[in-house]
Design a binder for this molecule. Structure first.
Ligand code: AMP
Length: 214
């Protein structure tokens, strides 16, 4: 049973670590960004609303995000734990999440804060490529696919996320520093946050996460 949050700026490696964590701990991976992208792909009303903000690297309004996240947390597969990735992103969202969990007699076990410098984040975000079919993530320099432009896992076409261009990425990092970083202090007060160096390697980061979660 693990109830945890992966905190950290865009490009810190939350998605990569989440893939490994869900396999090890058997908990569902809840990424609000993935939920929005799925809705955009399917042309839903929610997708249309979210896309306006996402394309600019801005945050989707709190109430909309909170509703989506808590609806997802109400599903049966979250009874024995969950991994939140990209939610909460504001102090308001964190408070809403705490209220939601308290209402069910639950609380977070750990908040994992992945630390990466802004300069490294830019390199990671702009070089990131994702598979259009299965969502697997690659990097043009750090983790290139065997065949350029093709997914190693399913052979799908690799694309750049619409918000991974330089201008939007820079704004996303600024938004993170302004809106989301205050969450570190918020969780520092509850004493359940751990800081993990996300600069060394994905393997080392995962090793450190497992040490913390057990
Ligand atoms: P991500 O995949 O986590 O990098 O999220 C991509 C984009 O989705 C963000 O830049 C925001 O526009 C939007 N988004 C995802 N999660 C949230 C959230 N918790 N609060 C506000 N906006 C979000």
């Amino acid at each position: 049973m693990v109830r945890t949050i992966l905190l950290g700026p865009p490009g810190a490696g939350k998605g990569t670590q989440a893939e490994r964590m869900i396999e090890k701990y058997g908990i569902p991976h809840i990424s609000t960004g993935d939920i929005f992208r799925e809705n955009i792909k399917n042309g839903t009303e929610l997708g249309k609303k979210a896309q306006e903000y996402m394309n600019k690297g801005e945050l989707v309004p709190d109430d909309l995000v909170c509703e989506i996240a808590t609806d997802r947390l109400k599903k049966d597969d979250c009874k024995n734990g969950f991994l939140l990735d990209g939610f909460p992103r504001t102090v308001y969202q964190a408070q809403k999440l705490d209220e939601f969990l308290a209402g069910r007699g639950e609380k977070l076990d750990k908040v994992i804060d992945l630390e990466v410098s802004d300069e490294e984040l830019m390199k990671r975000i702009t070089g990131r490529r994702v598979c259009k079919e299965c969502g697997a993530t690659f990097h043009v320099v750090n983790f290139p696919p065997a065949v350029p432009g093709k997914c190693d896992k399913c052979g799908g076409i690799l694309i750049q996320r619409a918000d991974d261009n330089e201008e939007t990425a820079k704004n996303r990092i600024d938004v993170y520093n302004r809106e989301t970083k205050p969450l570190v202090d918020y969780y520092e007060k509850s004493g359940n946050i751990v800081h993990i160096d996300g600069m060394i390697s994905p393997d080392k980061t995962f090793e450190d996460i497992v040490k913390v979660l057990g």
